[in-house]
Unconditional design. Structure first.
Length: 392
C-alpha cells in the first residue's frame, strides 16, 4: 500500500497506521516538505486563528460529542472542515496525540496560543465528570460573551482615540506648513500683530524648530510606557491609574467585574475546584490590580475565610458585588449568583459605553472647533484689521 498522511512526527504516522491494522515499514516513510517543497511562513503575515474560529470549533465539537461520536472521529471531522490552516494543523496534532493515548485536555495543553488555561481546565473537569458536551457548550457561550465585551470596550476606545489623532495631525500640519506662510506675509505689514496671532506664530516657530525633538520625545515616551507596562510594578501602577480615570475608569472597573464574575462563575459551575478557579480567573483578569485582589482572595480562602471578605477589603470591587457574592456563598448558589452579577455588569458596560459615546460627540466637536477654529481665526485677525484700515 502507498499513500500520504499528514501528522506531526514519524511516530505519529506509525501509530495511526497501526490503529488501522496496517504494519508500516519505517524505512519507507519519508517526510514531505524538505528543500524547495518546504512551506515558508513569514511571521505576522500568515493566517491567524480568531476567537470566532475557536468558538465554532467548540460548539461543533460539543454537538458531535452530544450525538455520541468518539473524540477521535469528532476531531477528524473538524480537521477536515477547518478553513484556517493553523487551526487545521493544531486539530490534526491533537487528534494524533489522542490516538497515541493522551487525554483530550493534555492534547489541548500543547497548544497554549489557541487554548488558554481556562479552556483546558474546564475540558479536564468535563472529562472527569463525564459532561464534556455540557462543558464545551458553556465554553462556547463564555467565549462569545467575553469576545463581545472586549469588542465593545475597544469600540469605545477607538472613537475618541481616532478623533484625537486626527486633531493632533491637523494641528501639526497647520503649525508646521500653513502658519509659517502667514507669518512671512504678516512680517511685511510693519505693525504689531494681535496677541492671539502672535501667540500662534510663536507656537509655530517653536514647533518647526523643535519638531524632530518633539517626535523623538513622543516615540521615547511610548517605548517607555510599553517598557514600564512589561514590568510588574509598572503594570500595577498603570492599571491602577486606568481604574482611577474620571470617565473611562468606571468603564474599566465594570468590565473587570463582569469578566471576573463571568469567568469564575463558568469555572465553578463546571466543577473546577474553587482554588484552581480563582487562580485561573486571576490570570485572565486583564488588570493587574484586579489580579492581585483575586490572588489575595485565593490565599484567604485557603486559610478558611470566605470569598466576599477579602474582596471587600481590596476596595476594587463595588460593595454590591461583594454582598451578592456573600449571599451566594451562604445559600450555596455561588455559580448562579456570579452569573447574575456578570449579566448585570455586562448590561452596565453597554449603558456606560452608550452614554460615553453620546457624551464624546459634543466634546469632540467643541474640541475641534476650539483648536482648529482658534488657529484659523488667529491667522485671519490681522487681515481683518488690515481691511478695516484700508476702508478708512
Amino acid at each position: 500500500m502507498r499513500g500520504e498522511m499528514e501528522a506531526t512526527t514519524r511516530d505519529a504516522v506509525i501509530v495511526r497506521l497501526r490503529t488501522q491494522r496496517i504494519q508500516p515499514l519505517p524505512a519507507k516513510i519519508r517526510e514531505k516538505g524538505k528543500g524547495l517543497d518546504r512551506q515558508i511562513t513569514i511571521p505576522g503575515l500568515g493566517e491567524k486563528v480568531k476567537t470566532r474560529d475557536i468558538v465554532v470549533f467548540t460548539r461543533q465539537f460539543a454537538t458531535m460529542i452530544d450525538a455520541g461520536l468518539p473524540i477521535v472521529q469528532c476531531l477528524d471531522i473538524l480537521q477536515a472542515q477547518a478553513t484556517v490552516k493553523p487551526l487545521r494543523k493544531a486539530i490534526q496534532q491533537i487528534k494524533d496525540d489522542v490516538e497515541a493515548g493522551s487525554s483530550f485536555n493534555e492534547s489541548l495543553r500543547k497548544h497554549p496560543k489557541l487554548f488558554d488555561e481556562l479552556y483546558i481546565n474546564m475540558v479536564a473537569a468535563g472529562e472527569v465528570g463525564g459532561i464534556l458536551d455540557n462543558i464545551m457548550n458553556r465554553l462556547a457561550v463564555y467565549m462569545e460573551k467575553a469576545a463581545r465585551l472586549r469588542a465593545k470596550i475597544k469600540g469605545a476606545m477607538i472613537y475618541p482615540a481616532s478623533i484625537l489623532t486626527v486633531a493632533v495631525a491637523v494641528t501639526a500640519i497647520l503649525l508646521v506648513y500653513v502658519i509659517p506662510v502667514f507669518a512671512e506675509l504678516f512680517s511685511s505689514f510693519g505693525q504689531a500683530l494681535p496677541a492671539p496671532t502672535q501667540f500662534v506664530i510663536n507656537l509655530s516657530n517653536f514647533t518647526v524648530r523643535f519638531f524632530p525633538y518633539i517626535i523623538t520625545a513622543l516615540v521615547v515616551a511610548v517605548f517607555l510606557v510599553v517598557w514600564l507596562y512589561r514590568t510588574e510594578q509598572g503594570r500595577l501602577s498603570i492599571d491602577g491609574f486606568l481604574l482611577r480615570l474620571p470617565v473611562f475608569g468606571d468603564l474599566f472597573r465594570k468590565s473587570s467585574v463582569a469578566r471576573f464574575t463571568r469567568t469564575l462563575g463558568t469555572l465553578v459551575s463546571s466543577g473546577v475546584p474553587i482554588l484552581d478557579a480563582l487562580a485561573i480567573t486571576a490570570r485572565t483578569a486583564g488588570n493587574r490590580v484586579v489580579e492581585k485582589a483575586v490572588l489575595a482572595t485565593r490565599i484567604s480562602i485557603s486559610e478558611g475565610k470566605t470569598i466576599a471578605e477579602p474582596l471587600t477589603q481590596s476596595k476594587v470591587f463595588p460593595p454590591m458585588v461583594c454582598q451578592m457574592i456573600a449571599v451566594g456563598e451562604t445559600t450555596g448558589a455561588l455559580d448562579s449568583m456570579l452569573g447574575k452579577i456578570a449579566e448585570f455588569y455586562e448590561e452596565e458596560v453597554d449603558n456606560t459605553i452608550a452614554n460615553l459615546t453620546a457624551l464624546m460627540e459634543p466634546i469632540v466637536i467643541v474640541f475641534l472647533g476650539v483648536v482648529i477654529g482658534g488657529l484659523v481665526i488667529s491667522m485671519y485677525l490681522p487681515i481683518f484689521q488690515l481691511g478695516s484700515v484700508i476702508s478708512q
